[in-house]
Design a protein around this ligand. Structure first.
Ligand code: SF4
Length: 427
């Protein structure tokens, strides 16, 4: 695999059905309050907090969805993005004890595990049924792993999988690593970036409002700290995603507040790659008495986010959480990206998700086509992944992947040419 500098040239959108003319869209909105929001949105005006509440409360859910779909098609045409990724959770040991979490274990409790670095690298290479282009690495806040484990794991992954984008660790984990290493955050981010951390996932944001955090994740960093660490990442050139966990005890006001705080930071840094709504799964948590989210709430959150987050390019529908049957519908309610194949998802499954633990590339494409969208396999920069006829990755993440037979031995430097790992060659 050879780093080759510039990204792929921008491609024109695939032929898209024309977005519904604004007059016709306005004409079929049944709710006068929603029509007023729609007029502002279609005129390109920024929506307010009160507009956000209308989006969450209007009885005309299909109207909210149509408005979000209009905006989504304006930005992305008919594309339905996805990527081929693999999850790696190096440890599920965590001292934080969030009420929302069915996955983590306290030390000494059955089911806890921590992978040695070599073991984590082996795990990352296992079970691929397509050539992946991204590793998604998150874990618990381990009470006793030394700081050096974290940059060490990144260096090992980078050496083994050059060219694969490493999206590693949430703002919550970065805060913990800095505390473990007795370093400041900027120093920590720089060291991890230098070791192979290309971007960060958006988990741990939950709902920024203190009232909610005090109940569902009492010991986790507060919302202000989460946003401050995201700001530092962005200023250090590390893009991140951002999430919102909805469907526990939050109010509509707290959802809108969360989304507008994201929008505020994005105005400042432009560092969020995409927004990922996460549906709360109560099974196995102290909130098991709460109902799972409804399909209408799932769609409404996606649509409201698309309209309120006017400065975030991508709104995702995480098929693992909302289900394979429902995810394609979301591509008509404002979402443009079904996330990834997510080989070996475990976190949501610990809380009762009944979806597959991973989908193949072809299955992802079938989901997207079922929504009438055109599948677009993206890399970390939303550029098209190029594969050969056998499905092997030829180009991704601004790197050219060379065939195994012509690979050259790797110099020691990270991101340098290296023999292609057989696991990178698609089946
Ligand atoms: S949500 Fe994250 S921080 Fe909270 S207990 Fe689970 S792994 Fe730990």
């Amino acid at each position: 695999m050879t780093p080759s500098g510039a990204g792929a040239p921008a491609e024109p959108f695939a032929a898209a059905p024309p977005a519904e003319p604004p007059e016709r869209l306005l004409g079929r909105l049944a709710d006068p309050a929603l029509r007023r929001v729609a007029e502002r949105s279609l005129a390109g005006e920024r929506l307010s907090f009160e507009d956000g509440l209308v989006l969450f409360r209007s009885p005309d859910l299909l109207g909210v969805g149509a408005l979000a779909n209009h905006e989504r098609e304006r930005r992305h045409g008919n594309r339905g993005y996805y990527n081929v990724n693999r999850y790696l959770n190096p440890t599920n040991l965590c001292w934080v004890d969030c009420g929302l979490c069915a996955w983590a274990r306290k030390p000494g409790v059955a089911g806890g595990y921590t992978m040695a670095i070599e073991e984590a690298v082996r795990e990352a290479a296992a079970g691929w049924h397509d050539g992946i282009t991204e590793l998604h690495v998150v874990g618990g806040l381990h009470p006793s792993l030394p700081y050096e484990y974290y940059p060490g794991l990144l260096r090992a992954l980078r050496a083994r999988f050059p060219g694969v984008h490493i999206k590693a660790w949430t703002m919550v984990e970065l805060d913990w690593f800095a505390r473990v290493g007795k370093k400041d955050l900027v120093e920590t981010i720089r060291e991890l970036k230098g070791s192979g951390m290309d971007s960060c996932p958006g988990g741990g944001a939950e709902i920024f409002a203190k009232r909610v955090r005090d109940v569902i994740c009492t010991n986790k960093i507060d919302g202000e700290r989460w946003l401050e660490i995201a700001r530092l990442c962005h200023l250090e050139g590390v893009k991140t995603n951002v999430t919102m966990l909805y469907g526990s005890i939050e109010t509509d006001e707290e959802r809108v507040d969360h989304l507008l705080r994201i929008r505020g930071l994005q105005d400042e840094t432009k560092g969020f790659l995409g927004f990922v709504p996460l549906a709360f799964h109560p099974d196995g948590t102290p909130f098991a008495h709460l109902p799972a989210t409804s399909g209408t709430l799932d769609l409404r959150v996606i649509a409201a986010a698309r309209l309120l987050l006017d400065n975030v390019e991508h709104v995702k529908a995480y098929w693992v959480q909302i289900g394979e049957k429902f995810a394609p519908v979301a591509l008509r309610f404002g979402a443009d990206d079904l996330v990834g194949t997510v080989t070996e998802e475990t976190i949501t499954h610990a809380a009762g998700a009944t979806t597959e633990a991973g989908l193949s590339r072809l299955e992802m494409e079938r989901l997207i086509r079922s929504a009438g969208r055109e599948p677009f396999e993206r890399d970390a920069y939303y550029e098209r992944v190029v594969r050969d006829e056998g499905g092997r990755v030829v180009r991704a993440n601004r790197h050219d992947f060379v065939p195994v037979s012509s690979a050259t031995p790797a110099p020691a430097a990270p991101h340098s040419p290296a023999p292609l790992d057989p696991a990178l060659a698609s089946s």
